[in-house]
Design a protein around this ligand. Structure first.
Ligand SMILES: [Zn+2]
Length: 317
């Protein structure tokens, strides 16, 4: 979920972008993402925020994760409180439910913990903006999609009709004034609808981004806890087989499939850009200072020489 501050931020960005569009509102314009994207940072800046988030995550004490027994034991006690022992099959089912509870609980613990990280809101917001740009905010539900298309077509039709009325009205007439007022009111209404759609999409992106960022920070398979091995039923010992939850990789599956992979790749790219920009800042500055001092520029990769710039000569009028 997005914080209220993040929502307000988006609202402001959107409103200011919208205010410049006055009567040239098109229901079928490329839209939401393009308007909202004005708030995007450079990849390098996003990469920097991501590394800060990772450092913050690494250096903060993690919440304690529950193990399956924490849920299974009380469940078993309750189930057997009438004196009848559960069958092997019943125990197995109970264990599965305990696993689900444990997973749910741990995801929630982790989410609460992440919400407290200061670098998280920026990273999530920028990831959500990028996802908006890729159209990942749109609902996959065909009914919702076709409803939206219908509304847009209706809006486009309405604005077209009102614009025609404006063009047809004689210059300086009361008719023109009325037609203009109608068009302004309708345009504002359409704006409101597009804005609400964009907010809806952005919320959807925010939720996905949260899950992807959570995965990025904590990729450990919840079934084996990163050990890559299967634990034998009813024991705490490994049975030598690969974990079924992660196929023996020890890592959890990235959420939201191909969208998640695309976002994760983009995150890696942002970090690379950030690292490259750090290098450029050192060597770029060096080259400028070298030129100013009239010396041969240092070869790329040479260790930076720090040179103090001589005081600038006073300007003579
Ligand atoms: Zn596993």
């Amino acid at each position: 979920m997005l914080t209220n501050d993040e929502k307000r931020g988006i609202e402001e960005i959107y409103t200011s972008a919208m205010n410049s569009s006055d009567l040239r509102v098109e229901a079928d314009r490329p839209g939401d993402a393009d308007v909202i994207i004005v708030a995007g940072w450079t990849q390098a800046r996003i990469g920097g925020a991501m590394l800060r988030l990772h450092t913050e995550y690494d250096s903060t004490e993690k919440p304690r994760m529950a193990d399956v027994e924490y849920f299974y034991e009380p469940m078993l006690r309750t189930a057997e409180s009438n004196g009848r022992k559960l069958t092997k099959e019943e125990r197995k089912n109970l264990k599965r439910r305990a696993h689900e509870k444990k997973h749910e609980f741990n995801v929630q613990q982790l989410s609460l913990f992440l919400e407290r990280l200061k670098a998280l809101p920026d990273v999530r917001q920028q990831a959500s903006l990028q996802m908006m740009k890729w159209g990942m905010g749109q609902s996959h539900d065909p009914v919702t999609r076709s409803e939206r298309t219908e509304v847009r077509e209706h809006d486009a039709e309405m604005l077209k009709r009102l614009r025609e009325a404006v063009s047809a009205a004689p210059e300086g007439s009361a008719e023109l004034e009325a037609a203009n007022a109608d068009l302004v009111a309708a345009a504002a209404e359409v704006d409101g609808r597009r804005r609400a759609e964009a907010r809806e999409d952005f919320d959807r992106c925010g939720e996905k981004a949260s899950a992807i960022v959570r995965w990025w920070l904590h990729q450990i398979c919840p079934v084996c806890g990163g050990t890559k091995l299967q634990v034998a039923e009813g024991t705490n010992r490994h049975n030598g087989k690969a974990c079924g939850g992660c196929d023996g990789t020890g890592k959890s599956e990235i959420p939201h499939q191909h969208e998640g992979r695309r976002v994760a790749n983009w995150m890696d790219q942002c970090i690379e850009r950030y690292r490259a920009s750090l290098g450029h800042r050192v060597y770029g500055r060096q080259a400028v200072e070298d030129a100013r001092a009239g010396v041969e520029p240092a070869a790329p990769g040479a260790s930076p020489r720090i040179r103090v710039r001589p005081p600038r000569a006073p300007l003579v009028a």
